[in-house]
Design a protein around this ligand. Structure first.
Ligand code: GLC
Length: 534
């Protein structure tokens, strides 16, 4: 077996982790849906990109009512993707290339097709089977009103989080009705998830992404939100830390790492998940959501580093994922930040501008101390796709009453071959989501030949990124609108110009990499980044 790219224990402190959305990555059998055969055939792609690990969004048996985040069997692969034996082969083959695997565990809820929920439905009100979930009688004279006033966790959704059954009971689902929430106060729920973690660690995975990690614990009284009860009845409750401490002992038996999906505005509360006996890492959504603005980015970087330091956890740097508007599109708009609440159809976008900024942002995030996540297609500079309304599948769209475009635009299959039907994704049948007509120009085979492409930039940047060394960040004096920093031990600088005026480069012996051309005077133009040897 090849040496992992980061042989050291704690490889995750500085790793580049590539997010694979299996359904849209590569189609091995030509049916228009991505699969494990497709991923296995493309393993050399990851090696060439230089990533340390792959995070697979849920690949388990699922009715796909929420892109696989509705899991019916956590120990089996969805037949549309392949088999467990194939997943095991994939994990082993990736390891041979020095690439680790992370799986995605969804603990807050299960699919309504999960055996537990089916049993709970069959067993009826008051049964022990229903205690694994949150079943309650309704309010109102006939129980016709939902048990409380909690809002949906799909931003923009006007739909209730309770569904009533013909037998009169209501059940809680913070997301869709096909995703009933589990009762984490129940010991069987805890036991089962620790077994699932062991199951995947025993299959060779190096880590686990935890879905909706701050939502699992609920106030057992399920009080209304109106009147602002403190602590919050279902977000960021203290009981969660006990759950994750227990998970950590399971992970430690297997040298496993966690990355939590923790969306919390308060940096201090966020950092509590990263205490030494809890999760090693969590996604940095503050950085992802930050507008393309030098002062705000610098503040976001400083807050990130300051919040992680006391708990000794490494930062993560994330620009996009399968839930948010793709980076080149976001950065090409007048509002360059990300907020679920402001997503809309038809937002004007300058893709050339967004792409220039995304290239600079790639060099910025890959130069910062910590781990970096790359979402499939980010390395190709794919924009958010416009999905014809009739083809939209994402429940976020439907649960917003059709006002939110949903997340399908960032989940479109990857274009592999410019000259092939459907750009090489699916052959017998077209891809499950349509590729925009001009996407051949983004195809991997075309970009691989072009030294100026986004793919070439990512390949080079990830490969030479170790020149920065492992040291902390030091800001350098720079004009307004320019971010310039060094990493203590490397003697390598990163400079990003977000200002209109071109910036003089600091003294350097070598230009290692640039996100775009310098101006004729050798200065750094707006929305351009460079890596320099001091
Ligand atoms: C997470 C996932 C998202 C999913 C939700 C419910 O936020 O990233 O895709 O819809 O959880 O599981």
């Amino acid at each position: 077996m090849a040496q992992p790219r980061h042989a050291a224990a704690q490889w995750w402190r500085s790793a580049v982790i590539y997010q694979v959305y299996v359904r849209s990555f590569a189609d091995g059998d030509g049916d228009g849906t991505g699969d494990l055969a497709g991923v296995r055939a493309r393993l050399p792609y990851f090696a060439e990109l230089g990533v340390d690990a792959l995070w697979f969004t849920p690949w388990y048996v699922s009715p796909m009512k929420d892109g696989g985040y509705d899991v019916a069997d956590y120990r089996a692969i969805d037949p549309a993707f392949g088999t467990l034996a194939e997943a095991e082969k994939l994990i082993a083959e990736a390891a041979e290339l020095g690439i680790r695997t992370l799986v995605d565990i969804v603990p807050n809820h299960v699919s309504d097709q999960h055996p537990w929920f089916r049993a709970a439905l069959a067993a009826g009100p008051g049964s022990p089977e229903r205690e694994l979930f949150h079943f309650r009688p309704g309010r109102g004279p006939h129980g016709e009103l939902p048990p409380n006033d909690w809002p949906s966790q799909f931003a923009g959704s006007t739909e209730p989080v309770w569904t009533r059954l013909p037998d009169g009971d209501w059940y809680l689902h913070l997301f869709t009705p096909e995703q009933p929430d589990l009762n984490w106060a129940h010991p069987v729920v805890r036991q089962e998830h620790e077994d699932i973690l062991r199951f995947w660690f025993e299959r060779g995975v190096a880590g686990v992404r935890i879905d909706s990690a701050a939502l699992l614990a609920k106030d057992p009284a399920l009080p209304d939100l109106a009147g602002a009860p403190d602590p919050h009845p279902f977000v960021d409750r203290d009981e969660l830390h006990d759950i994750y401490r227990s998970w950590r002992t399971v992970a430690d038996d297997h040298d496993g790492v966690f990355v939590g999906e923790v969306w919390l505005p308060d940096p201090e509360r966020f950092a509590r998940y990263l205490r030494p006996d809890e999760l090693q890492t969590a996604f940095n959504f503050a950085f992802l959501s930050c507008p393309w603005d030098a002062e705000r980015l610098r503040a976001s970087i400083d807050t990130t580093l300051a919040e992680h330091a006391p708990v000794g956890a490494p930062a993560t740097w994330v620009l996009c994922n399968h839930d948010v508007t793709r980076t080149v599109t976001r950065y090409g708009r007048s509002d360059t930040g990300f907020d679920f609440a402001t997503k809309a159809f038809g937002t004007p976008t300058d893709l050339a501008l967004g792409t220039r900024r995304a290239r600079a942002a790639a060099l910025l995030s890959l130069a910062l101390p910590g781990a970096v996540y790359v979402y499939q297609g980010e390395e190709l500079g794919l924009p958010e796709a416009d999905i014809p309304r009739a083809r939209i599948e994402d429940p976020m769209h439907f649960r917003s009453g059709g006002t939110d475009p949903g997340r399908d635009g960032c989940r479109v299959p990857l274009p592999w071959e410019a000259g092939a039907p459907y750009a090489g994704f699916g052959s017998r049948e077209g891809p499950w989501l349509p590729l925009p007509e001009d996407w051949a120009s983004y195809a991997v085979d075309r970009q691989a030949q072009d030294p100026g492409s986004m793919l070439s930039l990512y390949r080079t940047a990830i490969t030479i990124r170790p020149v920065f060394g492992g040291g902390p960040l030091t800001w350098l004096t720079a004009p307004d609108g320019v971010l310039a920093f060094a990493r203590a031990d490397g003697g390598v600088l990163c400079v990003v110009n977000l200002a209109e005026t071109p910036a003089d480069l600091p003294a350097h012996t070598q230009l290692l990499l640039a996100s775009g051309p310098l101006d004729p005077e050798g200065r750094l133009p707006q929305d351009t980044a460079v890596w320099l040897r001091a």
